[in-house]
Design a protein around this ligand. Structure first.
Ligand SMILES: Cc1ncc(COP(=O)(O)O)c(C=O)c1O
Length: 349
């Protein structure tokens, strides 16, 4: 039998046995009552994990799909957005917005650094006519292994009394890093299945505040598959406008149960413990990390490749001799770093 690889990439993560078993259940009618119960259970469970009472929509999609869905539903052509750019995935948000004719005001940071509330405050203070419609940023930038102070940034926007929405890519932070959607006043929180939820890829998730729905009403960008209003309407009856990823919902139910049984605080603490173990071990080995300990993410650690060691050789040895799979550097960090994912089911396999 083929040996199971132990994934320490920053997603897709290992899928625990309990979830794997639920994914092999026979399919059911996605127009039937049993399915509606399942959707209802998943939505209310996800709201607990998001810590929100906002509407929450599900899409059969990857994380990028739900990023694009959020852009095309919230905004109109020409809208000004402040987009934080500090790695591959935050840059992707800016690319998507530009592709749809939005006016992106980039707030760039060096790859490996986080953005501070002050960096964003300057831009919002200069926006005298309050034209910026949203601040878009990742909670956790997976390509560099940094976390951003979402709570502090959201508080700063409120203190300034600026009407910009806060749109958060929580794809690599949900169910791993402390995240409190309602308490932190987060308007739109985007995530997907293959990271902290410990599921295979294929489910996109988004929570939408009342203020954000007001923007959706005004949006002039065309959409059909991604239409938040159409999906919201059908989801009122725990249905979807098209065939959903039924099997993944079996897994999602199990994932919600596992996370809530452990307790979210414990889940967040476990990720912090894992991070400290990895960062401290790397320091003890004399390895140089890409980020400061303060900025460092609780789901992925980026380590500079020491002189004389290249990523293909390192990942080959780890995979063949130890059965462990790690990640490499992306785009301009290719060949410069390796990344250890420590999110999701690191202890369950
Ligand atoms: C923070 C972040 N945003 C967006 C994405 C893109 O998600 P996907 O690859 O599922 O499209 C990823 C993927 O790793 C991510 O980590």
């Amino acid at each position: 039998m083929e040996r199971r690889k132990y994934l320490q990439i920053p997603g897709p993560t290992n899928v625990p046995e309990r979830i794997l078993r639920s994914l092999s259940k026979p399919l059911l009618n996605h127009r039937g009552e049993e399915f509606e119960e399942l959707v209802g259970y998943c939505v209310s469970g996800l709201k607990k994990i998001y810590k929100t009472e906002n509407d929450l929509l599900l899409f059969p999609s990857s994380g990028s799909g739900i990023l694009e869905a959020s852009i095309v539903n919230l905004f109109s052509r020409g809208d000004k957005l402040a987009v934080i750019k500090l790695g591959v995935f935050s840059d992707r948000m800016a690319d998507i917005a530009e592709n749809h004719g939005l006016n992106v005001i980039p707030i760039e940071k060096e790859w490996g650094s986080s953005v501070s509330p002050i960096d964003i405050k300057e831009v919002l203070e200069n926006d005298k006519d309050k034209e910026i419609k949203a601040v878009c940023l990742p909670h956790n930038e997976t390509s560099t292994g940094i976390k951003n102070d979402i709570k502090g940034i959201s508080e700063m926007i409120k203190e300034l009394n600026h009407p910009a929405l806060i749109v958060v890519d929580a794809i690599s932070s949900l169910a791993s890093l402390e995240l409190k959607t309602d308490e932190w006043n987060l308007d739109v929180v985007i995530s997907s299945s293959q990271k902290g939820l410990m599921l295979p890829p294929g489910l996109g998730i988004v929570s939408i505040s009342k203020r954000a729905w007001d923007m959706v009403e005004k949006s002039d960008i065309s959409k059909w598959y991604w239409d938040f209003k159409a999906v919201k309407e059908r989801m009122k009856g725990n249905q979807f406008p098209y065939t959903p990823a039924t099997t993944l919902l079996f897994g999602l139910k199990e994932s919600i149960d596992i996370l809530l049984e452990e307790g979210l605080e414990n889940v967040w603490n476990r990720h912090e413990l894992m991070t400290n173990a990895i960062r401290n071990s790397a320091h003890a080995m004399g390895l140089k990390l890409l980020t400061s300990d303060e900025d460092g993410s609780n789901t992925v650690t980026a380590i500079i490749l020491p002189d004389g060691i290249n990523y293909p050789d390192l990942s080959k040895v780890l995979s063949e001799d130890y059965n462990i799979v790690i990640g490499g550097g992306l785009k301009k960090l290719k060949g410069k770093i390796f990344r250890i994912g420590h999110l999701g089911s690191i202890h369950h396999v």
